[in-house]
Design a binder for this molecule. Structure first.
Ligand SMILES: O=C(O)c1ccc[n+]([C@@H]2O[C@H](COP(=O)([O-])O)[C@@H](O)[C@H]2O)c1
Ligand SMILES: Cc1cc2nc[nH]c2cc1C
Length: 338
Protein backbone atom coordinates (compact mmCIF):
# COMPACT_ATOMS: atom_id res chain seq x y z
CA UNK A 1 0.00 0.00 0.00
CA UNK A 2 1.21 3.50 -0.80
CA UNK A 3 1.69 5.96 2.06
CA UNK A 4 3.01 9.51 1.76
CA UNK A 5 5.35 10.14 4.70
CA UNK A 6 5.06 13.91 4.61
CA UNK A 7 4.49 16.80 2.23
CA UNK A 8 7.91 16.28 0.62
CA UNK A 9 7.11 12.61 0.06
CA UNK A 10 3.89 13.57 -1.69
CA UNK A 11 5.64 16.16 -3.86
CA UNK A 12 8.48 13.74 -4.67
CA UNK A 13 5.98 11.11 -5.80
CA UNK A 14 4.29 13.70 -8.01
CA UNK A 15 7.64 14.66 -9.52
CA UNK A 16 8.60 11.07 -10.44
CA UNK A 17 5.54 9.55 -12.10
CA UNK A 18 5.99 6.17 -13.78
CA UNK A 19 5.04 5.84 -17.45
CA UNK A 20 3.05 3.19 -19.29
CA UNK A 21 4.32 0.06 -21.07
CA UNK A 22 4.94 0.73 -24.75
CA UNK A 23 5.53 -2.98 -25.48
CA UNK A 24 2.09 -3.92 -24.15
CA UNK A 25 0.52 -1.11 -26.17
CA UNK A 26 2.25 -2.36 -29.34
CA UNK A 27 1.03 -5.91 -28.69
CA UNK A 28 -2.54 -4.70 -28.06
CA UNK A 29 -2.40 -2.50 -31.19
CA UNK A 30 -1.26 -5.47 -33.28
CA UNK A 31 -4.18 -7.51 -31.93
CA UNK A 32 -6.64 -4.67 -32.70
CA UNK A 33 -5.30 -4.56 -36.27
CA UNK A 34 -5.94 -8.30 -36.66
CA UNK A 35 -9.60 -8.26 -35.49
CA UNK A 36 -12.53 -8.65 -37.90
CA UNK A 37 -13.40 -4.98 -38.40
CA UNK A 38 -12.20 -2.13 -40.58
CA UNK A 39 -9.22 -0.46 -38.89
CA UNK A 40 -10.39 2.15 -36.36
CA UNK A 41 -14.08 1.24 -36.70
CA UNK A 42 -14.53 0.74 -32.96
CA UNK A 43 -13.39 4.32 -32.50
CA UNK A 44 -12.57 5.25 -28.91
CA UNK A 45 -13.19 1.68 -27.75
CA UNK A 46 -9.94 0.80 -29.52
CA UNK A 47 -8.11 3.66 -27.79
CA UNK A 48 -9.46 2.49 -24.43
CA UNK A 49 -8.15 -1.04 -25.01
CA UNK A 50 -4.68 0.33 -25.77
CA UNK A 51 -4.80 2.73 -22.80
CA UNK A 52 -5.68 -0.12 -20.43
CA UNK A 53 -3.02 -2.38 -21.99
CA UNK A 54 -0.34 0.26 -21.44
CA UNK A 55 -1.09 0.83 -17.76
CA UNK A 56 -1.73 -2.81 -16.91
CA UNK A 57 1.22 -4.12 -18.99
CA UNK A 58 -1.10 -6.69 -20.55
CA UNK A 59 -1.85 -7.44 -24.19
CA UNK A 60 -5.29 -8.52 -22.91
CA UNK A 61 -6.20 -5.96 -20.26
CA UNK A 62 -8.94 -6.66 -17.73
CA UNK A 63 -11.71 -4.79 -15.93
CA UNK A 64 -12.63 -7.55 -13.49
CA UNK A 65 -11.45 -5.88 -10.30
CA UNK A 66 -12.84 -2.36 -10.26
CA UNK A 67 -12.45 -0.36 -7.07
CA UNK A 68 -14.90 2.51 -6.53
CA UNK A 69 -13.97 4.75 -3.59
CA UNK A 70 -16.32 7.48 -2.42
CA UNK A 71 -14.85 10.06 -0.02
CA UNK A 72 -16.99 12.39 2.06
CA UNK A 73 -16.06 15.63 3.79
CA UNK A 74 -17.63 18.78 5.18
CA UNK A 75 -16.71 22.37 4.39
CA UNK A 76 -16.60 25.47 6.59
CA UNK A 77 -17.44 27.60 3.57
CA UNK A 78 -20.94 26.05 3.50
CA UNK A 79 -21.89 28.55 6.26
CA UNK A 80 -21.70 31.28 3.60
CA UNK A 81 -24.81 29.97 1.83
CA UNK A 82 -23.02 28.62 -1.26
CA UNK A 83 -25.02 25.37 -1.60
CA UNK A 84 -28.71 24.56 -2.12
CA UNK A 85 -28.49 21.99 0.71
CA UNK A 86 -27.50 22.08 4.40
CA UNK A 87 -24.15 20.56 5.44
CA UNK A 88 -26.03 17.87 7.42
CA UNK A 89 -26.85 16.19 4.08
CA UNK A 90 -23.24 14.99 3.73
CA UNK A 91 -23.53 12.61 6.72
CA UNK A 92 -27.09 11.68 5.77
CA UNK A 93 -25.95 10.67 2.29
CA UNK A 94 -23.06 8.68 3.75
CA UNK A 95 -25.66 6.71 5.73
CA UNK A 96 -27.58 6.25 2.48
CA UNK A 97 -24.41 4.96 0.73
CA UNK A 98 -23.83 2.58 3.63
CA UNK A 99 -27.34 1.20 3.47
CA UNK A 100 -27.22 0.82 -0.31
CA UNK A 101 -29.84 3.39 -1.36
CA UNK A 102 -27.84 5.96 -3.37
CA UNK A 103 -27.29 6.21 -7.12
CA UNK A 104 -23.69 5.04 -6.72
CA UNK A 105 -24.83 1.83 -5.01
CA UNK A 106 -27.00 0.98 -8.01
CA UNK A 107 -24.43 2.11 -10.59
CA UNK A 108 -21.39 0.49 -8.94
CA UNK A 109 -23.40 -2.74 -8.79
CA UNK A 110 -24.27 -2.42 -12.48
CA UNK A 111 -20.62 -2.09 -13.55
CA UNK A 112 -19.35 -4.72 -11.10
CA UNK A 113 -17.29 -2.33 -8.97
CA UNK A 114 -16.32 -3.01 -5.40
CA UNK A 115 -17.53 0.09 -3.52
CA UNK A 116 -15.84 1.52 -0.45
CA UNK A 117 -17.22 4.54 1.41
CA UNK A 118 -14.73 6.71 3.30
CA UNK A 119 -16.20 9.42 5.56
CA UNK A 120 -13.49 11.89 6.61
CA UNK A 121 -14.07 13.59 10.00
CA UNK A 122 -17.58 14.72 9.01
CA UNK A 123 -18.17 16.18 12.46
CA UNK A 124 -15.21 18.49 11.88
CA UNK A 125 -15.69 20.63 8.76
CA UNK A 126 -12.67 22.24 7.16
CA UNK A 127 -12.00 25.88 8.02
CA UNK A 128 -13.79 28.44 5.84
CA UNK A 129 -11.35 28.97 2.94
CA UNK A 130 -12.34 32.65 2.84
CA UNK A 131 -10.77 33.05 6.28
CA UNK A 132 -8.05 30.43 6.78
CA UNK A 133 -6.39 27.39 5.20
CA UNK A 134 -8.98 24.60 4.86
CA UNK A 135 -6.77 22.08 6.66
CA UNK A 136 -3.68 21.81 8.82
CA UNK A 137 -0.68 20.07 7.31
CA UNK A 138 -1.47 16.94 9.36
CA UNK A 139 -5.12 16.92 8.24
CA UNK A 140 -4.14 17.31 4.61
CA UNK A 141 -1.57 14.50 4.82
CA UNK A 142 -4.05 12.25 6.61
CA UNK A 143 -6.65 12.89 3.87
CA UNK A 144 -4.13 12.19 1.09
CA UNK A 145 -3.23 8.92 2.80
CA UNK A 146 -6.89 7.97 3.32
CA UNK A 147 -7.10 8.22 -0.47
CA UNK A 148 -3.90 6.28 -1.13
CA UNK A 149 -5.14 3.50 1.17
CA UNK A 150 -8.13 2.60 -1.02
CA UNK A 151 -6.08 1.40 -3.99
CA UNK A 152 -5.71 -2.39 -3.66
CA UNK A 153 -2.62 -4.22 -4.92
CA UNK A 154 -4.55 -6.19 -7.49
CA UNK A 155 -6.73 -3.54 -9.11
CA UNK A 156 -7.67 -3.31 -12.79
CA UNK A 157 -9.35 0.10 -12.63
CA UNK A 158 -9.98 2.72 -9.97
CA UNK A 159 -12.56 5.41 -9.76
CA UNK A 160 -12.83 8.01 -7.04
CA UNK A 161 -15.95 9.97 -6.22
CA UNK A 162 -17.06 12.35 -3.52
CA UNK A 163 -19.87 13.62 -1.34
CA UNK A 164 -19.50 17.00 0.33
CA UNK A 165 -22.06 19.74 0.57
CA UNK A 166 -20.50 23.01 -0.68
CA UNK A 167 -17.49 21.29 -2.27
CA UNK A 168 -18.00 22.90 -5.69
CA UNK A 169 -16.78 26.14 -4.02
CA UNK A 170 -13.29 24.83 -3.10
CA UNK A 171 -13.27 22.94 -6.40
CA UNK A 172 -13.79 26.22 -8.29
CA UNK A 173 -11.05 27.87 -6.21
CA UNK A 174 -8.62 25.06 -7.07
CA UNK A 175 -9.39 25.44 -10.79
CA UNK A 176 -8.99 29.22 -10.66
CA UNK A 177 -5.63 28.85 -8.96
CA UNK A 178 -4.37 26.15 -11.32
CA UNK A 179 -5.60 27.57 -14.61
CA UNK A 180 -6.35 31.27 -14.12
CA UNK A 181 -9.22 33.24 -15.61
CA UNK A 182 -11.97 34.80 -13.51
CA UNK A 183 -13.87 33.37 -10.53
CA UNK A 184 -17.08 33.28 -12.59
CA UNK A 185 -15.40 31.04 -15.21
CA UNK A 186 -15.20 28.23 -12.65
CA UNK A 187 -18.17 28.87 -10.38
CA UNK A 188 -21.41 27.06 -11.20
CA UNK A 189 -24.74 26.16 -9.64
CA UNK A 190 -23.60 22.95 -7.91
CA UNK A 191 -26.62 21.31 -6.29
CA UNK A 192 -28.88 23.98 -7.86
CA UNK A 193 -28.39 27.43 -6.32
CA UNK A 194 -30.19 30.57 -7.50
CA UNK A 195 -28.68 33.75 -8.95
CA UNK A 196 -28.21 35.39 -5.54
CA UNK A 197 -26.39 32.43 -4.05
CA UNK A 198 -24.30 32.14 -7.22
CA UNK A 199 -23.11 35.73 -6.71
CA UNK A 200 -22.20 34.91 -3.07
CA UNK A 201 -20.37 31.77 -4.15
CA UNK A 202 -18.41 33.57 -6.88
CA UNK A 203 -17.37 36.20 -4.35
CA UNK A 204 -16.29 33.46 -1.91
CA UNK A 205 -14.06 31.95 -4.61
CA UNK A 206 -12.56 35.38 -5.32
CA UNK A 207 -11.91 36.09 -1.62
CA UNK A 208 -10.33 32.66 -1.05
CA UNK A 209 -7.94 33.19 -3.96
CA UNK A 210 -7.00 36.67 -2.78
CA UNK A 211 -6.18 35.26 0.66
CA UNK A 212 -4.27 32.12 -0.32
CA UNK A 213 -2.93 32.33 -3.89
CA UNK A 214 0.47 33.75 -3.02
CA UNK A 215 1.07 30.92 -0.50
CA UNK A 216 0.02 28.13 -2.87
CA UNK A 217 3.51 27.27 -4.02
CA UNK A 218 2.95 23.56 -4.69
CA UNK A 219 0.17 20.97 -4.99
CA UNK A 220 0.24 19.98 -1.31
CA UNK A 221 -0.06 23.55 -0.06
CA UNK A 222 -2.78 24.34 -2.59
CA UNK A 223 -4.87 21.34 -1.54
CA UNK A 224 -4.30 22.21 2.11
CA UNK A 225 -5.37 25.83 1.73
CA UNK A 226 -8.09 25.72 -0.93
CA UNK A 227 -9.25 22.08 -0.91
CA UNK A 228 -11.05 19.83 1.50
CA UNK A 229 -10.65 16.39 3.02
CA UNK A 230 -12.52 14.43 0.34
CA UNK A 231 -10.80 16.48 -2.36
CA UNK A 232 -7.32 15.72 -0.99
CA UNK A 233 -8.32 12.07 -0.58
CA UNK A 234 -9.24 11.84 -4.28
CA UNK A 235 -5.90 13.45 -5.18
CA UNK A 236 -4.08 10.93 -2.94
CA UNK A 237 -5.95 8.00 -4.47
CA UNK A 238 -5.25 9.14 -8.04
CA UNK A 239 -1.54 9.71 -7.35
CA UNK A 240 -1.21 6.38 -5.51
CA UNK A 241 -2.94 4.63 -8.43
CA UNK A 242 -0.36 6.16 -10.76
CA UNK A 243 2.51 4.92 -8.57
CA UNK A 244 0.96 1.43 -8.86
CA UNK A 245 0.23 1.92 -12.58
CA UNK A 246 -3.50 1.42 -12.01
CA UNK A 247 -5.67 3.22 -14.60
CA UNK A 248 -8.23 5.72 -13.28
CA UNK A 249 -11.63 6.94 -14.42
CA UNK A 250 -12.21 10.52 -13.27
CA UNK A 251 -15.76 11.42 -12.27
CA UNK A 252 -17.16 14.98 -12.29
CA UNK A 253 -16.11 18.55 -11.60
CA UNK A 254 -14.87 18.08 -8.04
CA UNK A 255 -12.88 14.96 -8.92
CA UNK A 256 -11.17 16.78 -11.80
CA UNK A 257 -10.53 19.83 -9.62
CA UNK A 258 -8.80 17.58 -7.07
CA UNK A 259 -5.96 16.95 -9.54
CA UNK A 260 -5.82 20.51 -10.90
CA UNK A 261 -3.05 21.51 -8.43
CA UNK A 262 -1.18 18.28 -9.21
CA UNK A 263 -1.41 19.03 -12.94
CA UNK A 264 0.01 22.50 -12.30
CA UNK A 265 3.13 20.88 -10.79
CA UNK A 266 3.30 17.96 -13.22
CA UNK A 267 0.94 17.91 -16.24
CA UNK A 268 1.78 14.21 -16.79
CA UNK A 269 -0.49 13.29 -13.82
CA UNK A 270 -3.44 12.95 -16.23
CA UNK A 271 -1.78 10.29 -18.40
CA UNK A 272 -3.23 7.31 -16.48
CA UNK A 273 -6.66 8.97 -16.32
CA UNK A 274 -9.70 8.87 -18.57
CA UNK A 275 -12.40 11.49 -18.06
CA UNK A 276 -15.61 9.50 -17.60
CA UNK A 277 -17.97 12.31 -18.51
CA UNK A 278 -18.44 16.02 -18.84
CA UNK A 279 -20.62 17.19 -15.98
CA UNK A 280 -23.32 19.83 -16.39
CA UNK A 281 -21.47 21.90 -13.77
CA UNK A 282 -20.26 25.13 -15.39
CA UNK A 283 -16.49 24.94 -15.52
CA UNK A 284 -16.15 21.21 -16.02
CA UNK A 285 -15.76 21.41 -19.82
CA UNK A 286 -13.11 24.10 -19.39
CA UNK A 287 -11.37 22.05 -16.69
CA UNK A 288 -11.21 18.95 -18.89
CA UNK A 289 -9.81 21.04 -21.73
CA UNK A 290 -7.11 22.45 -19.42
CA UNK A 291 -6.29 18.93 -18.21
CA UNK A 292 -6.08 17.77 -21.85
CA UNK A 293 -8.83 15.17 -21.36
CA UNK A 294 -11.61 14.30 -23.79
CA UNK A 295 -14.63 13.03 -21.84
CA UNK A 296 -16.14 9.68 -22.82
CA UNK A 297 -19.75 10.69 -22.09
CA UNK A 298 -21.96 13.79 -22.13
CA UNK A 299 -25.05 12.77 -20.20
CA UNK A 300 -25.94 16.03 -18.46
CA UNK A 301 -25.09 14.42 -15.11
CA UNK A 302 -24.01 16.57 -12.13
CA UNK A 303 -24.48 14.24 -9.19
CA UNK A 304 -20.92 13.38 -8.17
CA UNK A 305 -20.46 10.38 -5.84
CA UNK A 306 -18.65 8.54 -8.67
CA UNK A 307 -21.85 8.13 -10.67
CA UNK A 308 -20.48 9.22 -14.06
CA UNK A 309 -17.39 7.05 -13.63
CA UNK A 310 -19.54 4.03 -12.83
CA UNK A 311 -21.47 4.49 -16.08
CA UNK A 312 -18.24 4.95 -18.07
CA UNK A 313 -16.78 1.80 -16.48
CA UNK A 314 -19.31 -0.13 -18.55
CA UNK A 315 -17.73 1.35 -21.69
CA UNK A 316 -14.33 0.15 -20.50
CA UNK A 317 -15.73 -3.33 -20.02
CA UNK A 318 -17.26 -3.22 -23.52
CA UNK A 319 -13.96 -2.07 -25.05
CA UNK A 320 -12.04 -4.87 -23.34
CA UNK A 321 -14.66 -7.50 -24.24
CA UNK A 322 -14.34 -6.63 -27.94
CA UNK A 323 -10.54 -6.60 -27.64
CA UNK A 324 -10.39 -10.01 -25.96
CA UNK A 325 -13.21 -11.95 -27.59
CA UNK A 326 -13.43 -10.94 -31.26
CA UNK A 327 -12.06 -13.30 -33.90
CA UNK A 328 -9.12 -12.30 -36.05
CA UNK A 329 -9.41 -12.11 -39.86
CA UNK A 330 -7.37 -15.33 -40.05
CA UNK A 331 -9.47 -17.22 -37.49
CA UNK A 332 -12.77 -16.24 -39.12
CA UNK A 333 -11.47 -16.57 -42.71
CA UNK A 334 -12.57 -13.01 -43.50
CA UNK A 335 -10.66 -11.17 -46.24
CA UNK A 336 -8.68 -8.11 -45.10
CA UNK A 337 -8.83 -4.61 -46.63
CA UNK A 338 -7.80 -4.28 -50.30
O1 LIG B 1 -19.76 15.76 -10.07
C1 LIG B 1 -20.13 16.90 -10.37
O2 LIG B 1 -19.77 17.44 -11.42
C2 LIG B 1 -21.01 17.65 -9.40
C3 LIG B 1 -21.54 18.88 -9.77
C4 LIG B 1 -22.36 19.53 -8.87
C5 LIG B 1 -22.61 18.98 -7.60
N1 LIG B 1 -22.08 17.79 -7.26
C6 LIG B 1 -22.35 17.20 -5.93
O3 LIG B 1 -23.07 18.11 -5.14
C7 LIG B 1 -22.35 18.49 -3.97
C8 LIG B 1 -21.68 19.81 -4.16
O4 LIG B 1 -22.56 20.80 -4.62
P1 LIG B 1 -22.69 22.15 -3.78
O5 LIG B 1 -23.77 22.93 -4.48
O6 LIG B 1 -23.11 21.72 -2.40
O7 LIG B 1 -21.36 22.80 -3.84
C9 LIG B 1 -21.33 17.39 -3.77
O8 LIG B 1 -21.84 16.41 -2.90
C10 LIG B 1 -21.10 16.83 -5.16
O9 LIG B 1 -20.94 15.44 -5.12
C11 LIG B 1 -21.29 17.11 -8.13
C1 LIG C 1 -29.08 14.52 -2.16
C2 LIG C 1 -27.64 14.70 -2.63
C3 LIG C 1 -26.94 13.59 -3.11
C4 LIG C 1 -25.62 13.75 -3.54
N1 LIG C 1 -24.70 12.90 -4.02
C5 LIG C 1 -23.57 13.56 -4.26
N2 LIG C 1 -23.76 14.83 -3.95
C6 LIG C 1 -25.02 15.01 -3.49
C7 LIG C 1 -25.69 16.12 -3.01
C8 LIG C 1 -27.02 15.98 -2.59
C9 LIG C 1 -27.76 17.18 -2.09
Amino acid sequence: MIRFEDRDGFQAALATLPGNDATAIDAAAARQASLTKPAGSLGRLEEIALFMAGWQSREYPRADRIRAAIFAGNHGVSARGVSAFPASVTAQMVANFQSGGAAINALAGACGADLVIVPLSLEQPTADICEAPAMTEAECLESLNAGAAVVPEDCDLLFAGEMGIANTTPAAALCLHAFGGEAQDWTGRGTGIDEVALARKTEAVRVALALHASHCTDAFETLRRLGGREIAAMAGAILAARMMRVPVLLDGFICGAAIAPLARDNPAITQHCLAAHCSAEAGHARLLEKLGLNPLLHLGMRLGEGSGAAVAAQLIRSALAAHAHMATFAQAAVAGAL
